[in-house]
Design a protein around this ligand. Structure first.
Ligand code: UD1
Length: 347
C-alpha cells in the first residue's frame, strides 16, 4: 500500500515517514522545503535502510501534483503540509489562507479525481480556541483566535462537507496537542527557522548556549505555579498515532476527529525542572508578561483515540526532554538547511 505524505520532510512528517517505512508501507513524499530540508529525508532513509520517492513540489502547483498522482498508485494520504506559525499568520493572513486552504483544496480535488478517498489530516488543538475547561474532548466547541488556527478549522469544515457530499471518503482529523522531543537516534528532530516560538526548542537552544535565557510568558495563571500548563506529547508517539489513524481510514468510511495528547498537563516551570534533571543543563529564565492569545491550561482527553484507534502515548516527559536535548546537542545547527535540490527517489 502506498501512502502519500505531504510535508514529509518536516518535523512531524519525517518522524511519520520513518514509522511508516518501518511498518512496511511504501511512501511517496511531497514537500516544497519551505520550512524543511532534504537532509531529514536522507536521514529517514539511512535510519530505515529503505528507499522512497520524493517530489520537491508545492501543493499549490496543480500540474506538478497531477504528475505525483499519475506516476504513483496512491492508496491514502497523510496531509501535513502547511504553514504553522501563529505570529506570522497574524501578520500575513492571506499567505496563510492561500497556502493552507488552497493547498488542501488542490490536494483533495486531485484525490477525488484519482479516486483516492482516504486521508489523515494534521489538525491542531488550536481548533478548541480559548477553551475554558479541561480535559478537552473532541466534542468541545470549536473556534479560532488567529489566522493559522482558522485555516485548521476551515480545513476541518471543508473535509466535513466533502464527506457529506460523498460518503466514500474516509477522513481522520488529528488534533495535536504540543509535540516535542525527537527520534531516539538523535538524527531527526525539530529545526525551527530563526528564534523558536515554542517552548521546548527555546529551552534546548538556551541549554546549547545559542540563546541567553528563556522568557516565561506569565506567572499569574491559575495553575500550580502560575505558569502555563500544556499537554506535551513525544513526536514519536504522535507519529505512531498517524499510523493508527491510517489503519482506521483504510478499513472504514467516515470522518472522525481525534485528540493526540497524553492527557497530562505540565507547567513551564515543571518543564524546566524535568529538562534540567535529565540533561544536567541549567536553564536561565526570566518571568515576563503573558504572551497575547495564550491560555493558562490546555490538556487533552485522549480516550477517544485509545478507544477507536487503539493508540495511547507511551513516552513520558523525561524521555521527551532527553530526546529533545540529544537531538539539539548532536545537531547544534539543526539540519544546516542546504540549498533545495530537485530530485526524485532518494538513493
Ligand atoms: C503554540 C501555538 C499554537 C500551536 C502550537 C503548536 C501560540 C499562541 N500558540 O501553542 O497555536 O498549535 O504552538 O506547537 O503561539 N512559553 C514560554 N516561553 C516561550 C515559549 C512558550 O513561557 O519562549 C510558554 C507558553 O506561554 C505556554 C507554553 O510555554 O504556556 C507552551 O508554549 P508553546 O510551546 O508556544 O505552545 P502553545 O502556546 O501551547
Amino acid at each position: 500500500m502506498a501512502v502519500l505524505v505531504t510535508g514529509g520532510a518536516g518535523y512531524i512528517g519525517s518522524h511519520t515517514c520513518l514509522e511508516l517505512l518501518n511498518a512496511g508501507y511504501e511512501i511517496v513524499v511531497v514537500d516544497n522545503l519551505a520550512n524543511s530540508s532534504t537532509e531529514s529525508l536522507k536521514r529517514v532513509q539511512e535510519l530505515t535502510g529503505k528507499d522512497f520517492t520524493f517530489y520537491q513540489t508545492d501543493l499549490l502547483d496543480q500540474e506538478a501534483m497531477e504528475v505525483v498522482f499519475k506516476q504513483n498508485k496512491i492508496d491514502a494520504v497523510i496531509h501535513l503540509a502547511g504553514f504553522k506559525s501563529v505570529g506570522e499568520s497574524v501578520r500575513l493572513p492571506l499567505r496563510y489562507y492561500h497556502n493552507n486552504m488552497t493547498g488542501t483544496l488542490v490536494l483533495c480535488q486531485l484525490m477525488q479525481e484519482h479516486a483516492v478517498k482516504n486521508i489523515v489530516f494534521s489538525s491542531s488543538a488550536t481548533v478548541y480556541g480559548m477553551s475554558d475547561s479541561v480535559p478537552i474532548s473532541e466534542d468541545f466547541p470549536l473556534s479560532a483566535t488567529n489566522a493559522y488556527g482558522r485555516t485548521k478549522l476551515m480545513i476541518e469544515e471543508m473535509m466535513k462537507d466533502l464527506y457529506e457530499s460523498d460518503p466514500e471518503w474516509s477522513i481522520a482529523l488529528l488534533r495535536y496537542f504540543n509535540p516535542i522531543g525527537a527520534h531516539s537516534s538523535g538524527k531527526l528532530g525539530e529545526d525551527p527557522n530563526g528564534i523558536p516560538n515554542n517552548l521546548m526548542p527555546y529551552i534546548t537552544q538556551v541549554a546549547a548556549g545559542g540563546l541567553n535565557e528563556l522568557h516565561i510568558y506569565g506567572s499569574d495563571y491559575p495553575t500550580r505555579d502560575g505558569t502555563g500548563v500544556r499537554d506535551y506529547i513525544h513526536v514519536v508517539d504522535l507519529a505512531r498515532g498517524h499510523l493508527k489513524a491510517l489503519e482506521k481510514v483504510v478499513s472504514s468510511k467516515g470522518i472522525e476527529a481525534y485528540n493526540l495528547g497524553t492527557g497530562r498537563g505540565y507547567s513551564v516551570m515543571e518543564m524546566i525542572a524535568s529538562f534540567e534533571k535529565v540533561t544536567g543543563q541549567r536553564i536561565s529564565y526570566r518571568i515576563t508578561d503573558r504572551r497575547p492569545g495564550d491560555i493558562g491550561v490546555c490538556y487533552s482527553d485522549p480516550s477517544k483515540a485509545e478507544r477507536e484507534l487503539g493508540w495511547v502515548a507511551l513516552k513520558g516527559i523525561e524521555e521527551m526532554c532527553r530526546d529533545a536535548w540529544h537531538w539539539q546537542s548532536n545537531n547544534p545547527q539543526g539540519y544546516q538547511k542546504e540549498k533545495p535540490i530537485l530530485f526524485t527517489g532518494i538513493s
